[in-house]
Design a protein around this ligand. Structure first.
Ligand code: BG6
Length: 484
């Protein structure tokens, strides 16, 4: 499947993701001449509206979400002319027929369907497409997360879609894989000789992955409550980052080779028992506080009632394979943190033998890969402090590579630009395979079951902190500390 699809059908087109991310991404692809010839976007939502009314909404969103210096009315007009709007509700065969009529004669040119709807609508929508004759060998389907809320429900979603599409036609979206910085982890690990020989338990003491956000619920109460940080962020984004950091080198940069290696890591995650979760996990929920100088309310106040949903989670994970035996992976993510900061920290072991005797300052090396907001790589190395002291004095200095500066002048792409382009082209490398999603859920389920059995509830933390103090204790018990 290498021919780019000439048609994109977008379900959930009146939603937030479509106006914030998907249409601005399509605009950018069009501006760069990357959309296929004779491209058509058939947008669909439950709301009844005309093509023109929907096109107006898209143009308003483009002006709002594209930076003013990047917005070009001529391109917006071209994009507008590519869009049709067709109201469709799951289960309404007449509306699916009307949708098919709008695609008349285009099936042979390839169709990509993008489901940006609640997951409960994935299977019924796919069935509607099948009944209207819209699924053929040249049809692909992309699904936004969440794929289920546990292993069993994710299997149901996958079975429902899998009954109508072959796995090669299914594109499960994890937008972190569309981020330039996450793809750069592959380049860093496998495009340099420097790191790979040391990338294992012999040289690495532990790994930290932090994805911190300053935002709170952002009006997503109905989705977020009952889901929480573990399912919302760890099950997908954090575990995808972990799998790229921990995977064996794939033989090629192709969808099968890359995803085979990632799934091996995910399957090697040590499940947690009720006993383990007490020592290896922390759940938190934010209370009122201040984030970057702004007073903010607590989660329960935003929700309007008390809740047992965690907005922060910290975990000590183990990957039971040869490479990572005995190397803890500390993971944490949360809302209302002091800063928006996603980074990976690789803490190397101390040198085997110090020739500097009791000289002060000898520290093990640290590699810090900052993914967002800015992109940089810092390697902390030991250096001699200049001076004539008889006893050599060591000091940590940092080798800094700012990728933002190295590639200055290049526009930072929206993650969805890459993903939409790959979907249209049929390249699955940056999409999540069924066995990956299921391995992710299997591990997450063990933690959720452990929490239930052990009665682990979220502990409060004041907004503007890196979670509850027990999250600090989680890592400090092992003699390490979070890199903030
Ligand atoms: C989404 C989660 O998948 O990722 C959100 O549902 C979260 O809760 C978002 O805010 C974070 O994405 P990014 O790209 O802003 O880091």
């Amino acid at each position: 499947m290498t021919e780019p699809s000439a048609t994109l059908i977008l379900f959930g087109a009146t939603g937030d993701l479509a106006s914030r991310m998907l249409f601005p991404s399509l605009y950018n692809l069009l501006a760069d001449g990357l959309l296929p010839n004779d491209f058509l976007i058939v947008a669909s939502g439950r709301t009844d509206m005309t093509d023109d009314a929907f096109r107006d909404d898209v143009c308003t969103a483009l002006r709002k979400f594209l930076s003013a210096d990047h917005y070009d009315a001529k391109i917006a007009k071209q994009l507008r002319a590519m869009i049709l709007y067709q109201p469709v509700e799951a289960g309404n065969a007449k509306q699916f027929k009307a949708l098919a009529a709008r695609l008349d004669g285009r099936m042979e040119m390839g169709v990509s369907v993008y489901l940006s709807t609640p997951p409960s609508l994935f299977a019924p929508t796919a069935q509607g497409l099948a009944d209207a004759g819209l699924i053929g060998p040249k049809t692909r389907i992309a699904m936004e997360k969440p794929i289920g809320k546990d292993l069993a429900s994710s299997k149901d979603v996958n079975d429902g879609i899998g009954a109508l599409f072959a796995e090669e036609q299914i594109f499960r979206v994890d937008h972190y894989l569309g981020k330039e910085t996450v793809q750069n982890l592959l380049a860093l690990r496998f495009g340099n000789m420097l790191f790979e020989p040391l990338w294992n338990a012999a040289a690495i003491d532990h790994v930290q992955i932090t994805v911190g956000e300053t935002v709170g619920l952002e009006g997503r109460v109905s989705y977020y409550d009952g889901v929480g940080a573990l399912r919302d962020m760890v099950q997908n984004h954090v575990l995808q980052i972990l799998s790229i950091i921990a995977m064996e080198p794939p033989a090629r940069l192709d969808p099968t080779a890359v995803r085979d290696e990632k799934v091996k890591v995910l399957r090697s995650l040590r499940p947690m028992s009720a006993e383990d979760v007490k020592n290896c996990s922390v759940r938190g929920q934010y209370t009122p506080g201040a984030v970057q100088g702004q007073i903010v309310t607590g989660y329960a106040d935003e929700l309007g009632r008390p809740s047992d949903t965690e907005t922060f989670v910290a975990l000590k994970a183990h990957i039971d394979n040869w490479r990572w035996q005995g190397v803890p992976f500390y993971l944490r993510t949360g809302k209302r943190m002091p800063s928006r900061q996603s980074e990976i920290m690789i803490q190397f072991k101390p040198v085997r033998h110090s020739i500097f005797g009791r000289a002060g300052g000898l520290e093990p090396n640290t590699l810090i890969i900052r993914l967002q907001p800015e992109e940089n790589i810092r390697l902390l190395i030991m250096s001699k402090r200049p001076g004539l002291e008889r006893q050599v004095q060591l000091e940590e200095v940092s080798l800094d590579v700012s990728l933002t500066a190295a590639f200055a002048g290049q526009r930072r792409r929206i993650a969805y630009e890459r993903l939409l382009l790959d979907l249209l082209a049929g390249d699955q490398t940056l999409f999540v395979r069924r066995d990956e999603v299921e391995a992710q859920w299997a591990w997450i389920d063990s933690i959720i079951d452990g929490w239930k059995e052990a009665g682990v509830k979220p502990v409060s933390y004041a907004s503007g902190n890196w979670g509850p103090s027990s999250a600090i204790a989680l890592i400090e018990r092992d003699g390490a500390s979070w890199h903030d």
